[in-house]
Design a protein around this ligand. Sequence first.
Ligand code: NAD
Length: 249
Amino acid sequence: MNIFANQVAFITGATAGIGRAIAMLFHEHGASVVALGTNKERGESLTHETNNHETNNKVVFMQADVSSKEAVDSCISQTLDRFKKIDILINCAGITRDGLLMKMKEEDFDRVLDINLKSCFYTCQAVLRPMLQAKQGRIINVSSVVGVMGNPGQTNYAASKAGLIGFSKSLAKEVASRGITVNCIAPGFIETNMTDFLQGEKREKVLEHIPMKRMGTPQEVGACALFLASPQASYITGQVLTVDGGLHM
Ligand code: NAD
């Protein structure tokens, strides 16, 4: 179903894991997708895979580091030049640099905050003017259950993801009357490169705490993004939708 026909989705962190699944799903449902990521090979593999299909809507890869305001501004302005609008912004780029606070290096704290949180300041600010002019827009920020629950060894990551929730709620209130919704998705443990290190006993220990006794798939998170961007979610803003098999309730 082409529910996003003629719509343009700008997705960060779109070349791997959850972001890649989101990009594929939006493309499948008719959107033109600008997929931003740092890895050229993975970006080209995504465009190759999606643009094979006989569809009018395309996936365009842009290589950029979301922690650079200059790079983000340039990608957004290239998108506006080409497509004339951005209907949907999905901030999915994220990293971890785990360690107990006692031993955490300042550069690891800063890098996580820059990529996971400050990047959203850049992207949201840049899309706001065209969305306000269009009197419509959907912003979806990928947070984490860790931002809600906390997790030892992840003070930097939790701070970035909790920050994203506060940021999203505040922005939601600023733009609600202008036809723009801003929501967060908070995934639990999802099978991607980020959670690859969870093998053997470590994995079993994690699964013990998940009522559904399994990790989620990137597509299950993608489905939630599709819903939040769809007309069915037109009266939902400032919310955090958890996709975690019951881990946090
Ligand atoms: P992943 O490592 O598979 O993908 C992360 C993506 O972010 C990659 O495409 C990577 O290229 C991109 N990225 C990293 N640094 C970037 C930068 N500086 N500029 C542009 N892009 C950059 O991880 P994932 O699991 O797919 O994570 C996606 C998002 O979901 C992240 O924000 C992550 O925090 C969040 N999340 C993941 C899980 C999980 O269990 N996997 C759980 C909760 C939240």
